[in-house]
Design a protein around this ligand. Structure first.
Ligand code: NAD
Length: 297
């Protein structure tokens, strides 16, 4: 019999990750503020809890996948928060919240004897559904084996450090690259299409050449040329990640000229296209100004 697990935050990422744990045989207690998200997991065999505190009173290990640092802090430490749970001993955070928030949370939870594990993930909804996420685990060496066993159900576990916050630093570096690739590919593709090139041919050439990146290999062919804009990651989440990167880099006195330009484009996307729109709609900010669309046939 596997150990009971609590899971909080059953959104685009949380739902498939929680489902993998259920399928692997972990008895799961789940909580989300959206009732429909909870019912979907209950239909698959999970038990529903009425709050984060109640979830943390059902299992020694609680996992969370929540949108922002503020929400994570409130769910962990606020009224009816995880910190008040009667059973919880370890809290594993899969959300992107930045190194400082992870360090602060870890210190606050340690006072209550709760072990905080910083472990953000990358790979999008498709990686979450396939169980192939890159899991950036930062924990002391003696905890690696059991956490690898648990988190191995959602992806490939990389032990990136022993202190809380290093998983977040790893994740912010990764997501800045993903954001920058999508932003700069949008400008390159719009220029090519306006000049008269076929976007399919452009992608074929780039992917056979030196300009290849995650946007040319994945986002442009699957979500932009098709105009489906459905990668399942919002403009507001990408904007948050780039902002967190800037905060961290600036506090470490690392130059951020390119990252600042990327952040500006995502700010424009949030105000012009919408914070809840898919992050691939960033191309529309460039298209609208150039007066062309990067559309497939
Ligand atoms: P999402 O908005 O789809 O899901 C978040 C879930 O949290 C929702 O179901 C929401 O109802 C729930 N929630 C919000 N406030 C809550 C509260 N107070 N108590 C309980 N539940 C609450 O977000 P997502 O895309 O699943 O992302 C989750 C985290 O994973 C974020 O930190 C994000 O940056 C990160 N992430 C996302 C992706 C992606 O491709 N979507 C990839 C890697 C990492």
């Amino acid at each position: 019999m596997k150990e009971p697990i609590g899971f909080i935050g059953l959104g685009n990422m949380g739902k498939p990750m929680a489902t993998h744990l259920l399928n692997a045989g972990y008895p799961l207690t789940v909580f989300d503020t959206r009732e429909e998200a909870v019912s979907a997991l209950v239909d698959c065999g999970a038990k529903a809890a009425i709050s984060a505190e109640a979830t943390a009173s059902e299992a020694e290990t609680v996992i969370m996948s929540l949108p922002t640092p503020e929400i994570v802090k409130d769910v962990a430490l606020g009224p009816s928060g995880i910190i008040l749970g009667s059973k919880v001993k370890t809290l594993v955070d899969l959300s992107t919240i930045g190194p400082r928030a992870a360090q602060n949370l870890s210190a606050r939870l340690a006072i209550k004897g709760i072990n905080f594990v910083d472990s953000p993930v990358s790979g999008g909804i498709s990686g979450a559904e396939k169980g192939t996420l890159a899991v950036m685990l930062s924990c002391p060496d003696q905890q690696i084996t059991w956490l690898r066993n648990l988190l191995g159900n959602i992806g490939n576990v990389f032990h990136v450090g022993t202190e809380p916050g290093l998983g977040q630093s790893m994740k912010l570096a990764n997501n800045l690259l993903s954001a920058a690739a999508l932003a700069i590919t949008s400008e390159a593709m719009v220029m090519g299409v306006k000049a008269g090139l076929d976007p399919h041919i452009m992608l074929e050439v780039i992917n056979a050449g030196s300009g290849k990146n995650t946007a040319t290999q994945d986002k442009f062919p699957k979500a932009i040329l098709t105009r489906s804009f459905d990668r399942g990651f919002t403009n507001s989440l990408m904007h948050k990640d780039v902002e967190l990167f800037l905060e961290e880099a600036q506090s470490l006195k690392v130059p951020t000229g390119v990252a600042s330009a990327v952040q500006k484009l995502w700010q424009t996307a949030c105000s012009e296209i919408g914070p809840g729109a898919d992050f691939t709609t960033i191309v529309q900010c460039v298209e609208n100004r150039a007066g062309v669309e990067v559309k497939g046939t």
